[in-house]
Design a protein around this ligand. Structure first.
Ligand SMILES: Nc1ncnc2c1ncn2[C@@H]1O[C@H](COP(=O)(O)OP(=O)(O)OP(=O)(O)O)[C@@H](O)[C@H]1O
Length: 597
């Protein structure tokens, strides 16, 4: 009931269309029932008049029959038109609702969902819900109205006939659906869940096709897809069998009603007030009533699927955006003075802290490198600045104000970010470059590509800047993808540049060239470099070393390389003039305060 209320709230803007569609459905089904009854009466009356050679005005009933036939056809046409229109509007409304639930969520909150599963929710689950109107509400209202009307007409001839038919109609329109709903609940729920898992598995397998082939894991994955496919088909087969049986059940009740009505009508034909020609219309009307309930078992059978789809969609209602926007935001920051005071971040409520009381400061225009072992929390610092995660404790000040005072949009506008994994869209090189700066001109784009040491390689592609990069940049090398990500960020012309592992996949000569280009570009900008590439780290103003979410040491590269064992161990062979295994110089790492003093 709660789910139906939820659905009705979402469908409120379209209730007028639904009401019109249902009204047209009632008119169509009523016209059909009346057509059967009037035709029966007409044929019987014509036959009776023929037997006794009496005069019979057949013009009026013939006109009525024609009128009912036209009403039925035209009614069906407009009913389909209106109900399809209403359904498509509802689909749009549901998709917009779903998008509104997902949009404020951080990409990190959606990471737990497989992309195929998200696709299944936005497509198949929403499609399932559109049938609440077509398959559930409309047949239920039509059955209620038409059966009430028809039984009232039957009662005029014989209360006994009306009662018996009502009982059989209840059996076909209420008892049978309840039974079918009970039996269809489990396969219906499973069909939705297994269908979604199947989509997710197939999308995952296609995305990881390269790895599966190289590691010889393709057959195992195919076996899993086959298994899910088999289970899904089994659910569908059970649902189809149930659907066939329920339709057969409606037919059985229809024929029982015809037999019972005929059996009860025969003795009544002797009584005054009932004419012999009434036999055919009463029996045909009793039969026609079942058209109104015929769809109900199927509708109730789909209830299990509808409930499962609703549950999967409503799961998003419980998700709150990971980052809250201020009610009264202040002006965007004027500079990039950043100060972390005791900042703690946890990616999952029950998970370990990614940042655990981090204290650090970055001055506007400073070039800072964030180093530390894997999992130390370096990327989390970038995610905090990008407002993808929120600190659970401590404060992060930006231009002297807590970060939560600003609109996320304003902060992101100040940042050019190259993530650890650069994502390329299946579009041209140009489109991928312009994502962060759609207004940028051709010259600015080429300049950014030059700075990222990519321009010549783009020109060598078959269609230069118009070459399609393929799914996730399949047609480019790892180093090219990374430099495209860098060029895209540089084109944004933002005052704070955050580079997360920018040298990954680059040879030393290209990395050196790239740094020389960046050196000029960075004038007047702030750089936060997250890197294990010592050739770049040694060039920045200050190195901040993190470990387990805390600042372990800070200073310039030379000082750290001289005084800090952990830094030397981390830098490994990247330190010239310092032996990485000479650990005697700094047995206990200097505290940040000692180093910066
Ligand atoms: N989306 C996430 N959900 C749950 N835990 C996460 C998530 N992202 C990071 N973590 C955890 O937070 C901690 C810090 O991760 P982070 O990515 O910031 O480390 P890092 O220093 O950048 O590591 P690397 O050098 O390997 O990129 C790690 O323990 C990691 O497992």
């Amino acid at each position: 009931m709660g789910d139906l209320r939820w659905w009705l709230t979402l469908a409120r803007p379209y209730l007028g269309y639904f009401a019109l569609g249902i009204l047209l459905s009632v008119v169509t089904v009523s016209a059909n029932m009346a057509l059967l009854a009037v035709s029966g009466w007409f044929l019987a009356s014509m036959a009776a008049a023929g037997l006794v050679a009496a005069d019979f005005n057949y013009f009026t009933p013939a006109a009525l029959i024609r009128g009912l036939a036209i009403t039925r056809t035209v009614g069906r046409y407009f009913e389909r038109l209106v109900s399809h229109d209403a359904t498509l509007r509802l689909l749009t409304g549901l998709r917009v609702w779903f998008y509104r639930q997902v949009e404020p969520l951080s990409p990190l909150q959606l990471q737990g969902l497989r992309s195929g599963d998200l696709l299944a929710r936005i497509r198949a689950d929403i499609d399932t819900l559109d049938s609440v109107y077509l398959r559930l509400l409309t047949p239920a209202v039509v059955a209620l109205v038409c059966v009430t009307g028809a039984v009232a007409v039957l009662a005029v001839y014989s209360p006994a006939v009306a009662l018996v038919d009502l009982a059989l109609l209840l059996a076909a329109g209420a008892l049978l659906p309840a039974l079918v709903e009970r039996l269809g609940r489990r396969p219906g729920t499973e069909a939705v869940e297994i269908g979604a898992a199947l989509k997710a598995e197939v999308v995952d397998a296609v995305e990881g096709l390269g790895e599966l082939t190289v590691f010889g894991a393709f057959d195992e994955r195919r076996r899993r897809v086959d298994e899910l496919g088999r289970r899904w088909i089994a659910c569908q087969a059970r649902l189809s069998r149930l659907s066939g049986l329920s339709q057969a059940g409606v037919l059985v009740f229809t024929h029982l009603a015809v037999l019972a009505t005929a059996w009860l009508m025969v003795p009544l034909l002797q009584s005054p007030g009932v004419a012999a020609v009434d036999f055919a219309p009463v029996v045909l009307l009793a039969m026609g009533c079942f058209e109104a309930v015929a769809q109900l078992p199927g509708a109730w059978q789909a209830l299990g699927q509808m409930r499962a789809a609703t549950r999967r969609l409503r799961a998003f209602e419980a998700l709150r955006p990971g980052v809250t926007e201020p009610e009264a935001p202040v002006e965007a920051p004027a500079n990039d003075a950043l100060r972390f005071v005791g900042v703690g971040v946890r990616h999952a409520p029950e998970g370990a802290a990614a940042l655990d009381g981090l204290d650090l400061a970055i001055a506007p225009g400073e070039r800072v490198a964030l180093v530390g072992p894997s999992g130390a929390g370096k990327s989390t610092v970038a995610q905090l600045l990008l407002r993808l995660v929120e600190a659970e404790r401590g404060t992060l000040h930006w231009d002297g104000r807590p970060i939560g005072d600003y609109r996320s949009e304003d902060l992101r506008a100040r940042i050019a970010y190259v993530p650890q994994k650069v994502y390329l869209f299946h579009a041209s090189v140009r489109d991928n470059l312009l994502i962060g700066a759609p207004e940028a001109g051709e010259d600015a784009m080429i300049e950014a590509a030059r700075l990222a040491c990519l321009h010549d390689e783009i020109l060598a592609l078959p269609e230069g800047y118009d070459t399609l990069v393929g799914e996730e940049g399949l047609k480019l090398s790892g180093g090219q993808i990374r430099r495209l990500g860098i060029a895209r960020a540089l084109l944004r012309d933002a005052p704070l540049l955050i580079l997360d592992e920018p040298c990954e996949g680059l040879d030393n000569a290209t990395a050196a060239r790239l740094w020389r280009n960046l050196d000029g570009y960075l004038a007047g900008r702030t750089l936060l470099l997250i890197s294990h590439h010592m050739a770049w780290v040694r060039e920045v103003d200050r190195v901040l070393m993190l470990e387990r979410g805390r600042l372990l040491a800070e200073g310039d590269h030379a000082t750290l390389a001289r005084d800090c064992t952990d830094y030397r161990r981390l830098a490994g062979g990247g330190l010239s003039g310092t032996s990485s295994d000479d650990e005697s110089a700094c047995d206990t790492p200097p505290r940040p305060a000692e180093l910066s003093s």
